[in-house]
Design a protein around this ligand. Structure first.
Ligand code: 3HC
Length: 300
């Protein structure tokens, strides 16, 4: 059900302004990548505090890209000036594409998509960055499900080259063309996939991370597993990666994919114990490892 995009025809309708909903790790990462690639961006969240948090993340990412020599300091400031920050849906109405990266709750996403459907031009494409929810069900809250699709980025957005373009049975060709074009303009590789638990990447990635959690639950050392995975050639070990993804996000994906597996997995329960204590990984300062100023410390 996955297609590399050589068979998707372009060009599509032009996208100049991208609206991103949700100023968390993924929303801010997507907004930064879009501004970095020259799009005008508007980033929306529900209150000023969340918007300010997203803005701080984006400024840090852009300035660190400049420090690493990816772009010049003036270019980084020019890209930052392309981003408008808001709490009002009125500022999104002229966007050609909306990428939603809010909380992973179907009813909340449906409300948001229904509102966007009413407020935005029918030409605008509405995409969700969901890792696990059904695009068809999200689209069913709108009058134009043909313009609703998934656009699944990986964390960290600036670095990960693949983006899954998720087509529900209701998604139209025009929306897919727009998304494939935008992903290419972001300098990334689009992979068109049908919807189904975990799409393609998480369906491959989660069994690997699942086995690591199973070994920890059996008493193995976090660092022994991660060190071995790195020696094998992975950029980071599976447990550090879980911390980076966020244990709450991982739990949500694991639940969806778990429905495919005949073997019961200890992962959801194990993650839930940590989540209940407020240990969500890198973003809360503690998961499998302790984290300080975004840097991994010793394992817990
Ligand atoms: N904008 C643009 N480019 C930037 C940048 C920015 N803000 N910041 C850094 N860069 C560039 C750097 O110049 C560097 O370029 P190069 O590769 O050409 O040299 C590159 O990006 C990497 O920069 P870093 O130094 O930050 O990266 P590291 O080499 O230290 O690697 C890592 C860190 C990218 C986190 C790496 O360990 C990694 O790839 N880990 C695995 C990540 C992964 O698997 N993610 C998937 C998670 S699953 C998911 O998200 C799905 C969900 O549904 C659950």
């Amino acid at each position: 059900r996955a297609t590399w995009v050589s068979n998707v025809q372009t060009p599509s309708q032009k996208v100049e302004k991208i609206a991103v909903l949700g100023a968390g790790t993924m929303g801010a990462g997507i907004a930064q990548a879009a501004a970095f690639s020259g799009f005008d961006v508007v980033l929306k969240d529900i209150n000023d505090e969340l918007v300010a948090g997203g803005r701080a993340r984006i400024e840090k990412l852009m300035r660190s890209a400049a420090k690493k020599g990816v772009l010049s300091a003036p270019a980084a400031e020019e890209r930052l000036a392309r981003i408008q920050y808001t709490t009002s849906i009125d500022d999104l109405t002229d966007a050609d594409l909306v990428i939603e990266a809010i909380v992973e709750k179907l009813n909340v996403k449906q409300d948001v998509f229904s509102e966007l459907d009413k407020q935005l031009s029918p030409r605008a494409v509405l995409a969700s960055n969901t890792s696990a929810l059904s695009i068809e069900q999200i689209g069913s809250a709108t009058k134009h499900p043909e313009r609703v699709a998934g656009l699944h980025f990986f964390n960290p957005v600036y670095k990960m080259p693949l983006v899954e373009v998720v087509r529900s049975p209701a998604t139209g060709d025009a929306a897919i063309r727009v998304l494939v074009d935008v992903v290419r303009q972001l300098g990334k590789v689009p992979l068109v996939v049908g919807e189904g638990p975990g799409f393609l990447v998480n369906r491959v990635l989660f069994p690997y991370m699942d086995e690591a959690v199973r070994m920890v639950s059996e008493g193995a050392e976090v660092t022994a597993i991660d060190r071995a995975a790195k020696k094998f050639g992975m950029p980071m070990g599976p447990l550090e990666l879980l911390d980076v993804v966020g244990l709450d996000v991982a739990r949500h994906v694991a639940d969806t994919i778990g429905s495919l597996s005949p073997e019961p997995s200890p992962t959801p329960e194990f993650l839930q114990r940590l989540i209940d204590q407020g240990h969500l990984g890198k973003k809360s300062g503690r998961g499998f490892y302790l984290w300080k100023d975004g840097k991994r410390q010793q394992p817990v």
